[in-house]
Design a protein around this ligand. Structure first.
Ligand code: ZN
Ligand code: ZN
Length: 283
């Protein structure tokens, strides 16, 4: 593509190609709405949503085939308690109030890109896409079905207004739609406007999140088994604080499920999912 110059005034002309590239960049940054994106995709073949990857998407999925292959699902020989594959720990000394935790993927650069896409750029389809993987992960449906309700980790009302949605609720809704377990987004509220946990150390995270959650007075969680839903599990500080609040309110037990997990020093499958299944993810 060459930039052409007007033969009269010598200024560069805005060519259609330049406009389309501008649109593509805007689209990757989430500036363009999903509806407008749908219209544009008729004109421009949709590209992979991973930043600076301009490959064509694979079979209607938001990623190209090569990025899809870079995802690391955690699904084989997963420990019933800590969710780590091939764990040898008996967990005699379990440090958390929640009974167990399971995550769908290892947090790697590709997954970070997808999560960043929906969390900060409002690409809600990314959350639906990732949650849809749960349908095909071994034992995941049974894991979810053991609970009475899915409880998304709430955002502070101010942050939710800024962002326009709660990413954990999007994930919980998606998990609810294929498992049939109801999504309870009203019982747990966040009363403290906390700093983002991303750059904090373990102790700072605990301090930052301390007493951040409160129960809705009208909640009916007494005696219920609740599955807490979040996007990323790092040290477990947020999940712990939520679990403590839910258990104090009378929940009989709390489990955790997240899209991603950090800090696993273990080899997970390079690509454990069948690519043929991918075509039906968004149905
Ligand atoms: Zn890609
Ligand atoms: Zn374990």
């Amino acid at each position: 593509m060459a930039i052409l110059f007007c033969q009269f005034c010598k200024k560069p002309e805005l060519k259609l190609e330049i406009f389309l590239i501008f649109v593509l960049i805007m689209n990757q940054n989430g500036v363009i709405s999903e509806r407008l994106n749908g219209i544009l995709s008729i004109l421009i073949p949709p590209i992979c949503l991973i930043r600076s990857c301009y490959h064509k998407r694979w079979k209607g999925l938001p990623l190209c085939r090569s990025c899809l292959r870079k995802l690391h699902p955690i699904q084989k020989d997963v420990c019933h308690h800590c969710g780590v594959p091939e764990c040898n720990d008996s967990h005699e000394f379990w440090e958390f109030s929640f009974d167990r935790v399971r995550s769908l993927f290892l947090l790697d650069p590709v997954l970070s890109g997808v999560i960043h896409g929906f969390k900060y750029n409002g690409l809600k389809r990314n959350a639906r896409f990732l949650s849809a993987f749960a349908r095909y992960q071994y034992g995941l449906k049974n894991y979810i079905e053991e609970y009475d309700s899915l409880v998304p980790v709430p955002l502070h009302p101010l942050k939710q207004r800024e962002r326009g949605f709660n990413q954990a609720t999007l994930i919980a809704r998606s998990l609810s739609s294929f498992s049939g377990v109801r999504c309870d987004k009203t019982s747990l509220n966040r009363r403290k406007y906390t700093k983002t946990q991303t750059r904090l150390s373990g102790t700072e995270r605990v301090e930052n999140i301390n007493s951040a959650f409160v129960l809705n007075r009208k909640t009916t969680i007494q005696g219920k088994k609740l599955l807490l839903v979040d996007d990323v599990f790092t040290t477990g500080a947020t999940s712990e604080e939520c679990a403590k609040t839910l258990l104090t309110g009378g929940a009989s037990s709390v489990g955790v499920i997240t899209l991603a997990r950090t800090g696993l020093n273990t080899d997970v499958d390079d690509y454990g999912l069948e690519l043929e299944l991918a075509g039906s993810f968004l149905t």
